[in-house]
Design a binder for this molecule. Structure first.
Ligand code: ATP
Length: 241
């Protein structure tokens, strides 16, 4: 069985090519297997967000290919890409990006509505997801009434709602206090271990980095190091380092 989820081949992204070019991502190769729990680290401006956005199909590389589950997303039309993202990729952003006028439940359910999932299945999935993020009692609350940590947990549930192949998280703990950050990491690690969900997250946070099983360091748009602590696709423990 082919366990490759992400296969990035020689991608580059140059901003302002006509004036003062910025080589945000420069000839990057990257291969992620199902079940990885991998951190993308590097100094500010090293290209982490640009790389995640391209892998997630939110931005296009100027050169190279990005295979997600065997599909080259750089060749998809805008419409195909929207559909592909919806079915395959879950996103978590540092600013949560929940829809303020919807309740927590509706924010999570929304993506399943777009996918055409039937009500009964939606209700069951929502129930299961809110249990996983320990927020069964906050289903009908709007984002403004939730703490940052709670909003980010809802964002993780939303990312999972469509049963994606993997989750891309851009600085998911950046706006959280340490307790909420640890709690979010517990939830992500638990989902990774129990449901074999693949996670790729960018972070500056040493506590988050210490929980990753593989750490990829970007410097000036290039991979400077790529280290795996253990067998990256075989979760061993939920313990904090
Ligand atoms: N829209 C843009 N136009 C021009 N330059 C950009 C744009 N977005 C990013 N850059 C530049 O590309 C480089 C990489 O930026 P990117 O946001 O990917 O880095 P990062 O590692 O995610 O940074 P941080 O850790 O601060 O979020 C930086 O030099 C940045 O200034």
């Amino acid at each position: 069985m082919n366990n490759t989820v992400i296969d990035v081949h020689n991608i580059s992204r140059v901003y302002n090519p006509e004036t003062i070019p910025v080589y945000a991502v420069n000839n990057v190769h990257l291969h992620l297997e199902r079940g990885e729990f991998t951190a993308l680290v590097g100094p500010s401006g090293s290209g982490k967000t640009t790389l995640l956005n391209m892998i997630g199909g939110l931005d296009k590389p100027d050169q190279g290919n990005i295979m997600i589950n065997g599909v080259d997303i750089t060749r998809l039309s805008a419409r195909q890409l929207i559909e592909f993202r919806l079915q395959n990729i879950g996103f978590v952003f540092q600013s949560y990006n929940l829809i303020p006028v919807l309740t927590a439940k509706e924010n999570v359910e929304f993506i399943m509505l777009l996918q055409g999932v039937k009500k009964k299945e939606r209700d069951e999935r929502v129930k299961q997801l809110f249990k996983q993020i320990s927020m069964d009692e906050k289903l009908d609350v709007r984002p403004a009434q939730l703490s940052g940590g709670q909003q980010q947990r809802v964002a993780v549930a939303r990312a999972l709602a469509s049963k994606p192949q993997f989750i891309l998280a851009d600085e998911p703990t950046a706006n959280l206090d340490s307790k909420s950050a640890a709690n979010l990491l517990d939830i992500m690690a638990d989902l990774n271990i129990k449901e074999n969900i693949t996670f790729l997250f960018s972070t500056h946070d040493q506590r988050v980095i210490s929980r990753a099983r593989r750490v990829i360091t970007l410097v000036d748009g290039k991979i400077a190091s790529d280290t795996a602590a253990v067998d990256i696709t075989q979760p061993h423990t939920l313990e904090t380092a």
